[in-house]
Design a protein around this ligand. Structure first.
Ligand code: MG
Length: 257
């Protein structure tokens, strides 16, 4: 697990975060009806290289692409291939980049054209759950406080909260200790402290929280084939509270809370 020790390390993670945010913006702009997921992967590749970063997903345990594109009932880890986006789809875009040895990792789920009300609400609630979780990234809180805040955001809607996949520490590697759950009681688990960097990443399903892995060995689908949303940011715990490195609507790290 990383402890960010100085401004230089912080700046490198922030730069990786800006790259990931730029990938999200470019891919979201390109994600129109009729476009293939493979095309979106090429867009991501160009942004990552152009930024002077390396793609962290490509080759990770053999993953064959620069981003994960998870459509509709896919929760995470979808491989961008020949499928074309259709009106009413929801698309999770998960991206990671490395800048001078430091990682950032983030995801968002976007509507393609007009989506049904149920899907729109799923996206909005999952996005809010991410920020509720991020607000718990404070010195002295525990990872269980993050999970609890995320789970409570889903509760009024009866969504299935995916527990099989979790958030994580991040730094010199994409996945570091500790694991960041999306459910469970508050006040439990690893104690957060200044200098840590973590990825908070709620995954909410319209139906069952259970998942199945597709035949491609990667794509994680909901067990009941109902839709799923996924949002994620890379967050540093600073003396001033959480700082999010991967915000895509303004290309700077910004403090929250
Ligand atoms: Mg992640």
């Amino acid at each position: 697990m990383i402890t960010i020790k100085n401004e230089r390390q912080f700046a490198k993670m922030a730069e990786a975060g800006r790259c990931v945010a730029a990938v999200h913006q470019a891919v979201a702009e390109a994600a129109e009806v009729g476009v293939t997921l493979k095309t979106l992967d090429l867009v991501a590749a160009e942004v990552i290289r152009g930024w002077g970063c390396q793609p962290s997903f490509l080759g990770y345990q053999g993953f064959p692409a620069h981003i994960c594109t998870s459509l509709n009932e896919a929760v995470v880890h979808g491989i961008p291939g020949g499928e074309r986006l259709a009106e009413g789809d929801i698309l999770s875009i998960d991206a990671g980049a490395i800048y001078e040895g430091y990682h950032a990792d983030a995801a968002l789920t976007i509507p393609i054209g007009e989506v049904d009300e149920e899907s729109a609400q799923l996206l909005e609630v999952t996005r809010r759950a991410l920020w509720a979780g991020i607000d718990q990234v404070r010195a002295g809180r525990k990872v269980g406080d993050i999970g609890h805040a995320v789970e409570m955001a889903a509760a009024p809607y009866g969504y299935g909260v995916v527990s099989q996949y979790v958030g994580h520490g991040i730094g010199r590697s994409m996945h570091e200790a500790p694991q960041i759950p999306n459910h469970g009681p508050p006040g439990k688990g690893y104690r957060l402290r200044t200098g840590m960097a973590v990825c908070v990443e709620p995954m909410f399903n319209l139906g069952t929280p259970d998942t199945v892995t597709a035949q491609d060995g990667w794509t994680v689908n909901t067990a009941d084939s109902r839709r799923s949303a996924h949002f994620e940011h890379t967050v540093a715990l600073t003396a001033d509270g959480p700082v999010v490195f991967t915000v895509s609507d303004l290309l700077t790290a910004r403090p929250v809370g």
